[in-house]
Ligand binder design. Structure first.
Ligand SMILES: Nc1ncnc2c1ncn2[C@@H]1O[C@H](COP(=O)(O)OP(=O)(O)OP(=O)(O)O)[C@@H](O)[C@H]1O
Length: 227
């Protein structure tokens, strides 16, 4: 099923930070959002989450840092139970174990608070929470930027395996074109609050059209040297 948002726009402090933007996302589609810092990637992600939720679409959001999702005073078990309850779902130990195993955090002690887990484990826990209700759309804002390169790659591989064959669409906001080249099939390029290019990943990386995309692709062949 396709999900459409039309004319999303955001004004902050009297300044337009997202100009009217429309998008259609197909079930299971993998989309990357790239662009310079401050170009409006996160703003687009948040506006998309709000609009889709208003339409009744089940959307999960993974922020850049696990600190934005986890309360340092609460146990990991508390977070898990709250996330499940918020979705109106029964506690399902089998699902929890399957997700934890897939994301390799099954050795984590749920009685501990976030700081009792490593950053990589915390972020994978947040990703697991986002997968609880098998969302229609998963918006991930630089989900691996807080992780060291090895854990970042492992996390993306695990996420890729977890999403493969599912109808969950993924919107991956990233600065890392190498990551995008590997894990998304369509790329959106943001510049100054505008969506300036929307193309299949290979087409964009081989034949960028906009000035922004050309400068992003200028220094490296992301398809032959993805990471
Ligand atoms: N709460 C806010 N108040 C005022 N301006 C804001 C606010 N949030 C974001 N902005 C501005 O909106 C613009 C887009 O910000 P946004 O965070 O979406 O960019 P981004 O492409 O995700 O950047 P980054 O890659 O650095 O995370 C920036 O110029 C930013 O300064």
């Amino acid at each position: 099923m396709k999900r459409t948002v039309s004319g999303l726009s955001v004004i902050r402090a009297g300044r337009t930070v997202l100009y009217p933007t429309s998008l259609t996302i197909a079930a299971g589609e993998r989309i990357g959002v790239v662009g310079a810092s401050g170009s409006g990637k996160s703003t687009l992600g948040h506006a998309l989450v709000d609009d889709l939720r208003q339409q009744g679409v089940r959307v999960a959001h993974v922020p850049q840092s696990p600190d934005e999702a986890l309360d340092p005073l609460r146990s990991m078990a508390f977070h898990w139970n709250e996330a499940t309850r918020a979705l109106g779902l029964p506690q399902d130990k089998n699902l929890q174990q399957r997700l934890f195993k897939a994301l390799k955090i099954d050795h984590g002690d749920l009685r501990k608070r976030p700081w009792g887990w490593s950053r990589g484990m915390q972020q994978r826990f947040v990703i697991a929470m986002a997968m609880i209700g098998a969302p229609d759309v998963l918006v991930m804002d630089e989900p691996t930027s807080a992780l060291d390169p090895i854990v970042a790659v492992r996390t993306m591989v695990l996420l890729d395996e977890q999403l493969r064959g599912s109808s969950t669409a993924m919107l991956l906001i990233t600065h890392d074109l190498g990551l995008a080249a590997q894990y998304v099939t369509r790329l959106l390029v943001m510049d100054g609050g505008r969506l300036v290019e929307d193309s299949p990943t290979r087409t964009l990386l081989e034949q960028p059209q906009s000035k922004t995309a050309k400068s992003l692709c200028a220094h490296r062949s992301w398809l032959s040297l993805p990471c």
